[in-house]
Design a protein around this ligand. Structure first.
Ligand code: SAH
Length: 243
């Protein structure tokens, strides 16, 4: 199950952190590292800090954007050092492992970590079904990136060890992958403008709330197609269904 869990780092600035993440992952039996637009990579400092986990580093895949890195992941959890103004369903690392493992038994899942200086944007966050926050000092809650990965990875490893391969999950429906969700959100935003419902320059918060609703509902591909059909019809781009 651990092999279906990918760790995604978004726009990491310090290559040393990338190496330290590889090491944190390998100690906890994780192996799938994805890098979204890393500032400096490949890099000798990353290799040095990986110290023995450079095999994992060599296999790391680099992506142009987050949705692409998430590919067909059925569940995505975003790691955040801060509490957000729009509340997203939030878990601690132990309960996030409890959600991720049963889904990893059925397909790919991901945990996403943000930039060292600014974390994840709201748009990136809205591709996540949950947030994971490591309980920490409220006045000083930001861990070093690799240390945050270590804590989350430790809980995943522990959860896997205690399941002992016996995890026999209920069959969970397959949610539409993040790339399709990103396309749906763009369509929704455009449709809201086209039908005169909202002014895009003033609707960031509204859009975030709507994304949170769909992240919670986790529609499958067919449900998303129905919703997109309705949006197209509202935009006058589609004739009425006859069935
Ligand atoms: N200054 C940034 C924090 C960046 S730390 C901010 O304000 O958001 C780099 C990344 O490590 C974060 O984006 C997050 O993914 C992870 N991280 C750091 N501390 C964390 C915590 N307490 N809980 C969960 N993730 C954390």
């Amino acid at each position: 199950m651990l092999s279906n869990i990918r760790i995604v780092l978004v726009e990491t600035s310090h290559p040393g952190n990338i190496g330290a993440v590889a090491r944190a992952m390998k100690t906890m039996r994780l192996s799938d590292l994805r890098l979204v637009r890393p500032k400096l990579y490949p890099n000798a400092e990353a290799t040095a800090r990986a110290s023995g986990a450079d095999d994992l580093l060599a296999r790391a895949r680099v992506h142009g954007d987050l949705a692409e890195a998430l590919g067909d992941c059925r569940l995505v959890v975003g790691a955040s050092a801060r509490l957000r103004s729009v509340e997203w369903p939030q878990l601690d690392p132990r309960s996030s492992a409890g959600k991720l493992l049963p889904e990893a038994a059925q397909g790919s899942v991901a945990v996403v970590f943000g930039r060292e200086n600014s974390g994840l944007t709201n748009e990136e966050l809205s591709l996540c079904n949950y947030l994971v926050h490591i309980p920490s000092n409220p006045d000083y809650s930001s861990l070093n990136l690799a240390m945050a990965v270590q804590v989350v990875a430790y809980e995943l490893n522990m959860a896997d060890l205690s399941a002992g391969g016996r995890l026999c999950p209920e069959i969970l429906p397959e949610a539409a992958p993040p790339e399709l969700m990103a396309g749906f959100y763009r369509h929704l935003e455009q449709a809201m403008v086209d039908i005169g419902f909202s002014d895009p320059s003033r609707s960031e918060r509204l859009l975030l709330r709507l994304r949170r609703l769909f992240a919670r509902a986790r529609p499958d591909r067919d449900e998303l197609n129905i919703l997109r059909g309705i949006l197209s019809a509202c935009q006058g781009r589609k004739s009425m269904r006859t069935e």
